[in-house]
Design a protein around this ligand. Structure first.
Ligand code: NAD
Length: 358
């Protein structure tokens, strides 16, 4: 039996609607498998700004630090979009990731057989795709020195891309461990033909793989080539590890493969402490409050939480199988119904809960 405190951060827009379904499914898993899950709800994002002027209130950060894992909906919306505002909802999320040292962003890209015709790519390319991306999240060009100076051709700007050996080692290790539990293949993506920082990345990754994971099939691919391979032969990839900016771009490209944003979860992990789990979509303010949002990405984020933070692999697979079963049964929310009959957020949650309960 596992006891865990799961912190729920519903956030803004559709966040509360979808996190509630994620909670119900985790609750059903606890009941069926005899685990004790305690849920604690805290504020983040726009709602927290409205109430106390801080997108990450101290009590929210404290609850997250004390929790076993965190399930987040989404933050943001038009109400808080003013670019000149002193505080913005996204700052809450960025601060949380920084405070908890969540340096690895995991994004599974899996194509569900029933939905691949919604993909912009051909069925034969997409069907069977199962990739797990590891994007470094707290280093690289987004965190390097940047500024402006006067150049000979007018004003110039620079952004520095820096990676230290330890930063590369820890993300490559995490990715390699994940590959061990999957098809045993790891692809490291860099730009070592041009960038010195990528040459260090390649050298360190190679050493970690040779010394610590000789049983894994390891390859390196240049980022420009990867952009092509990802849409021409995505089935060839198992686990992919890369730096912050390359990962940012490639995971967005990858998210188009399955053809439905409403099904993709993500996780942000550190070396220890609670992980943060969320859908990759935003707060969908255009449909908030209507009870029609697709809760499946959040429910699948819950499955990732079970696997990566609570080490409950069979339970994670149970949730994933429940979602696949519901989709195989032809059940759809409006975003994936292609104009056909659609279910409410809660009705979709009911079906997954029932499938988990057995
Ligand atoms: P979005 O992902 O919220 O919405 C894009 C489109 O997809 C919309 O038409 C929306 O209705 C639809 N959609 C998204 N999720 C859905 C779901 N679960 N079910 C059904 N339809 C869904 O992206 P956006 O409109 O660019 O951003 C809206 C707000 O969300 C912005 O304030 C943005 O900053 C914020 N945002 C937050 C996060 C986060 O919290 N991690 C991520 C991205 C965007």
């Amino acid at each position: 039996m596992t006891s865990a405190t799961i912190v729920l951060l519903p956030g803004d827009g559709i966040g509360p609607e979808i996190v509630e379904q994620g909670r119900r499914v985790l609750d059903a898993v606890g009941l069926r498998c005899g685990h004790e899950f305690e849920f604690v709800t805290a504020e983040i994002g726009g709602k927290a700004i409205d109430r106390i002027g801080d997108p990450l209130p101290p009590e929210t950060l404290a609850a997250c630090r004390d929790g076993s894992a965190i399930l987040l909906g989404a933050v943001g919306g038009p109400k808080w979009d003013d670019p000149s505002a002193k505080t913005r909802p996204e700052q809450g999320l960025l601060t949380l990731r920084k405070e908890l040292c969540l340096f690895a962003n995991l994004r599974p890209i899996t194509a569900h057989g029933q939905l691949v015709d919604a993909s912009p790519l051909k069925r034969e390319i997409v069907e069977g795709v199962d990739i797990l991306f590891f994007r470094e999240l707290t280093g690289g060009i987004y965190f390097g020195d940047s500024g402006r100076r006067q150049g000979e051709g007018g004003e110039a700007a620079f952004s520095e891309m820096v990676y230290e050996t330890a930063e590369i080692e820890r993300i490559v290790r995490l990715a390699a461990r994940a590959a061990l539990g999957r098809r045993g293949k790891l692809t490291s993506v860099d730009k070592a033909n041009v960038l010195e920082v990528s040459r260090l990345w390649r050298q360190v990754a190679q050493r970690v793989m040779e010394d610590e994971f000789p049983e894994i099939e390891y390859e390196v691919v240049l980022v420009d080539a990867m952009a092509m391979h990802l849409i021409s032969r995505p089935k060839d990839f198992d686990v992919v590890v890369t730096g912050n900016m390359f990962g940012d771009i490639l995971t967005d490209e990858g998210s188009m493969l399955p053809g439905s944003l409403g099904l993709l979860p993500s996780a942000s992990l550190g070396e220890s402490g609670p992980g943060l789990y969320e859908p990759i979509h935003g707060s969908a303010p255009d449909i908030a409050g209507q009870g029609i949002a697709n809760p499946l990405a959040t429910i699948l984020a819950g499955a990732m939480l079970l696997r990566h933070s609570l080490e409950l692999v069979a339970e994670a697979e149970m949730v994933e199988a429940a979602v696949a079963g519901v989709l195989d049964g032809g059940h759809r929310t409006a975003d994936i119904a292609a104009g056909g009959e659609s279910l409410s957020t809660e009705a979709m949650g009911d079906l997954v809960v029932a499938a988990v309960a057995g």
